[in-house]
Write a protein that binds this ligand. Structure first.
Ligand code: MTE
Length: 317
């Protein structure tokens, strides 16, 4: 049975009704109040040893040029709506993203339902400019706005028996036409991480991009971003997080285990069975989209290679 924590008391029970009804506005104002303007101030803020190492890398805006926002907003993969990128962008506008809560359960001391505005009121939002590499061999550079996933996990107090984290995303049958068919994927869309991957400082929950709240088609109101893994790991519109002893079965891995692994770390040396992963189309780079050499761990090897041993390397895909 889920025991509600104080933090899990629904906001409508503790928030003035007028404020409660203006939830989206409230979230926007929290967003504005807590956003750290750029990655320089983000780096200046932090003093953990792991973050210190990041200052040596190219995570700052200085070396990564964001892909034009319009392109990121229009070229989306959101299969609950459509397998066509333009259609999923249009159809996703029917999604209801307010109110929003996330249920956290499993191997935690304090399971419960956490309302988005309560979560955000405790966060300092940061801008993270990350490379984003899709398994389809295209890539983008996106200035996400969010906070480390570990901050939310800690609100539920994970137990030492938590080895994996499972993410379940929203199902809204009236808005999502593809939920009627399970020919390609089974619903809901599920993803998972090992606990050390989930608590790594590079792993964030994004609530915005390009300095504004997240568009519906890009995963509003809150999505996972794991920059060293193929994009399908970065689940959109998360409603449930379970901390587990064993690895969860994830959507793409279940649907095509020979093509999509649980780890899905970006690796140019391991081709997809139907195409090479050696290079990628960097969207929006100049008049013509250019190709760039794909990097192991999408270029984040300095930060994450230490998470994996030889045994894991065999499961890279
Ligand atoms: N999350 C959900 N719920 N449904 C999806 O279809 N697609 C994934 C991932 N998260 C997907 C999802 C895939 S395949 C990719 S590449 C990225 O979202 C795309 O994110 P973007 O559309 O914001 O570029």
């Amino acid at each position: 049975m889920i025991i509600k924590t104080t933090k899990a008391i629904p906001s409508h029970e503790i928030t003035d009704e007028h404020v409660f009804k203006a939830r989206r506005t409230l979230i926007k104002s929290l967003f504005a109040a807590t956003l750290v303007g750029n990655s320089q101030s983000l780096l200046a803020q932090t003093n953990s040893a792991r973050w210190q190492r990041l200052t040596q890398s190219d995570l700052s805006a200085k070396t990564l040029t964001p892909t034009p926002a319009q392109l990121v907003k229009e070229y989306t993969n959101y299969y609950e709506f459509s397998y066509n990128k333009e259609d999923s962008t249009k159809l996703a506008q029917a999604l209801t993203v307010d109110p929003w809560s996330i249920e956290i359960s499993g191997e935690v001391e304090q399971p419960g339902k956490f309302y988005l505005e309560d979560i955000l009121s405790k966060q300092t939002l940061e801008e993270r400019i990350y490379r984003f590499r899709c398994v389809e061999a295209w890539s983008m550079v996106v200035p996400w706005v969010g906070f480390p996933l570990v901050n939310l996990l800690n609100m539920a107090k994970p137990l030492s028996s938590a080895n994996f984290v499972k993410f379940t995303t929203t199902q809204q049958p009236d808005a999502m036409p593809n939920l009627r068919s399970e020919a390609i994927l089974q619903w809901p869309y599920i993803e998972g991480l090992r606990i050390d991957e989930a608590t790594h400082p590079l792993t964030i929950l994004a609530v915005g991009m390009y300095g504004d709240t997240l568009p519906k088609q890009n995963g509003a109101p809150l999505r996972l971003i794991v920059p060293w893994k193929y994009g399908f790991k970065s689940a959109k519109a998360i409603v449930k997080i379970e901390l587990l002893k064993k690895a969860p079965l994830t959507s793409w891995n279940r649907s095509a285990p020979d093509e999509y692994g649980f780890y899905a770390n970006v690796n140019p040396r391991i081709p997809h069975p139907r195409w090479s992963q050696n290079s990628e189309r960097l969207l929006g780079s100049g008049f013509f989209t250019s190709r760039r050499q794909t990097e192991l761990f999408n270029g984040y090897g300095d930060q994450v290679a230490g998470l994996y041993n030889d045994m894991d390397l065999r499961h890279f895909f």
